[in-house]
Design a protein around this ligand. Structure first.
Ligand SMILES: C[S@@+](CC[C@H](N)C(=O)[O-])C[C@H]1O[C@@H](n2cnc3c(N)ncnc32)[C@H](O)[C@@H]1O
Length: 475
């Protein structure tokens, strides 16, 4: 069981079945059967029918000889006589008891059976499908939520253009030739990726096959595997807050170097065969020194990998992204930088706290509360302790008592509002509210852990406790 699964998720194994020329028995001749027969005919199955009553569409198919009527309804003996040799059976009447009886016989004979809209007696179910020529995308909720499956299909459908069919056929036709010309698997995969993402793919989609062939030939001759590094912000935790660009690169990386703040749900979005390398850091426990991470990025890029350096939040906000690109520049390694939603924006939004507000906060300042090795907090206190301003403090929970005391020393009142957002945007997010005087005690009482972000300022009073769409808990 993978991290993404919970008990009860397991049950239906997706696979693609060849039905062309194979006998499939459908029991039932009404509306429910029509949908299944249509699907089966689209896959060139030989549909045989057991039914007492045929609706207009089914009668027409029978009349045209597209579907063979092999008997009327479903006495046990009739079922046992026609089922042997069938690849599949659909029990598609509007009578659940009849469907279940059909399923029992099919099960007895070891033939996969689907009792329509009734997963319990079924040994297979039919997923919602998207067809683009040879490309098939199937979406299944294991029979738990068919309407959700259909909604997902609509969403995915919008992202898979019709010309995908043309592209897929083009690729299929050239596949053997490319395998022969380039037996090296990683290099070949790269050629295909460059082709599909580039002008060649666009030409093939549009049917300009000669032009596409020229591009493919050029790639086969010239491609030199060149590594690069993509420095990508993964946002504060909720995978839905990834940018489209981040997702796209996650799907194309050969290896991913990720740190502590990258939530497991985010890694599920990475290409399955990419190598995942944890280089995480905690405030007090460095797994890999920054210089080692920099060197590892260079090493991997130099051997031709496309390396995704995935960082929590935004790489350029307390993320040491600047140091990493300086090293890459120094070694002539090409790189891209993709911004992410920083913890301040993500946590504030999910906690319902506006970072600026017309009435009370005309500016917002981000600071780090990470103390120096000697324990000192080196911060611009006078610039911070101002009314009309929100202060967001990253990495500050360990030093919270001292932070609050120093802000009071520099002129903010003891009842100035403060909130801490723990695990912002993630399941179990908590928000603890208080004042500069009370919050340190409350945070200890609540046992606030990491990651956590501090928001100081009158905006905390404007907090909307349950913003629409989510419901963070608050203590
Ligand atoms: C090293 S900084 C990295 C910041 C990151 N680059 C960004 O833009 O969000 C780590 C700090 O960010 C804050 N943080 C990051 N993700 C958070 C989350 N999901 N909830 C609360 N705070 C978070 C915490 O203050 C944490 O100690």
């Amino acid at each position: 069981m993978t991290d993404a699964m919970v008990e009860g998720d397991i049950g239906w194994f997706p696979l693609s079945l060849r039905l062309a020329g194979r006998r499939v028995l459908v029991v039932g001749g009404g509306e429910i059967a029509v949908n299944k027969i249509r699907l089966l005919l689209a896959h060139d199955a030989r549909v045989e029918l057991l039914a007492t009553h045929l609706n207009g569409q089914v009668a027409e198919w029978v009349e045209r000889g597209v579907v063979s009527l092999v008997g009327d309804m479903a006495a046990d003996g009739a079922l046992r006589a026609v089922m042997p040799g069938c690849r599949l059976v659909y029990a598609a009447t509007d009578d659940r008891a009849v469907n279940r009886a059909v399923a029992t016989v099919a099960d007895d004979l070891n033939i996969p059976v689907c009792a329509v809209d009734d997963p319990d007696p079924s040994s297979f179910i039919t997923p919602a499908q998207i067809h683009r020529g040879p490309v098939r995308i199937a979406i299944s909720t294991g029979g738990a939520a068919p309407v959700l499956a259909r909604r997902l299909r609509a969403t995915i459908e919008a992202h898979v253009p019709d010309d995908t069919a043309t592209l897929a056929r083009y690729l299929s036709d050239r596949r053997a030739r490319v395998v022969e010309a380039c037996p090296d698997v990683p290099r070949r995969r790269r050629i295909w990726e460059d082709f599909i993402d580039g002008v060649g793919g666009a030409a093939a989609r549009g049917g300009a096959f000669e032009q596409a062939d020229d591009v493919l030939a050029a790639l086969l001759r010239d491609v030199r595997v060149r590594g690069e590094v993509w420095l990508v912000g993964a946002g504060p935790g909720d995978p839905d807050l990834l940018t489209l660009r981040a997702l796209n690169l996650m799907q194309n990386a050969d290896s991913v170097l990720y740190d502590q703040l990258v939530a497991p749900g985010l890694l599920d979005r990475v290409r399955r065969d990419a190598e995942l390398v944890y280089v995480g850091k905690r405030a007090s426990r460095h797994t890999l020194a920054q210089s080692e991470i920099n060197a590892e990025l260079v090493r991997r890029a130099q051997r031709g990998e496309r390396v995704l350096r995935l960082k929590g939040g935004d790489p350029f906000i307390f993320g040491r992204g600047g140091e990493e690109i300086e090293t890459l520049l120094g070694h002539g390694v090409p790189f891209q930088i993709v911004p992410g939603i920083t913890a301040a924006s993500g946590c504030a939004a999910y906690a319902g706290i506006p970072l600026t507000h017309r009435d009370c906060a005309q500016s917002c300042i981000f600071v780090t509360g990470h103390a120096r090795a000697d324990g000192a907090l080196d911060l611009p206190w006078d610039a911070m302790a101002r009314s009309g301003q929100t202060i967001v403090i990253y990495m500050g929970v360990g030093a919270l008592p001292s932070l609050c005391a120093r802000l009071i020393d520099h002129g903010l009142s003891a009842d100035w509002p403060v909130a801490v957002v723990e695990r912002g945007t993630l399941p179990g997010q908590r928000v603890v509210e208080g004042t500069l005087a009370t919050l340190p005690g409350r945070v200890v009482e609540a046992g606030v852990g990491t990651p956590a972000l501090i928001i100081v300022g009158e905006v905390v009073r404007h907090r909307v406790v349950s913003p629409p769409g989510f419901n963070p808990s608050s203590v």
